[in-house]
Design a protein around this ligand. Structure first.
Ligand SMILES: [Cu+2]
Length: 104
């Protein structure tokens, strides 16, 4: 598992081959909440702080409370570079943003 503390545009671009589901973990290490948002693919919420959701949840935005850690299942289906960012736009503009590259 990578421990990434990077700010856009100086980020590691992660490649996701199309058609290959991938589990990603997102951790909020900061003292405020952040709604994690993906473009180009939705995700299934597998767990929030180790607890599976009561019902199946497929989302494109998930609010992470302070110190929350979530495990998400993404199913990349459309090739391209997809922005993934905090949906509080001043946070995104401050660098809380990255790219998931779905490769053919
Ligand atoms: Cu944020």
């Amino acid at each position: 598992m990578d421990d990434q503390r990077e700010r856009f545009p100086n980020v590691t671009i992660h490649e996701l081959p199309v058609g290959q589901p991938r589990i990603i973990e997102v951790r909020n290490l900061s003292p405020s909440e952040h709604p994690f948002h993906t473009h180009g693919m939705s995700f299934e919420v597998l767990s929030i702080n180790g607890q599976a959701p009561a019902a199946r949840r497929v989302e494109d935005t998930l609010n992470l409370g302070i110190r929350d850690a979530v495990r998400l299942l993404v199913r990349p289906e459309v090739p391209g570079d997809w922005m993934t960012h905090c949906h509080i736009l001043p946070h995104a503009e401050d660098g809380m943003m990255t790219v998931l590259r779905v490769t053919p």
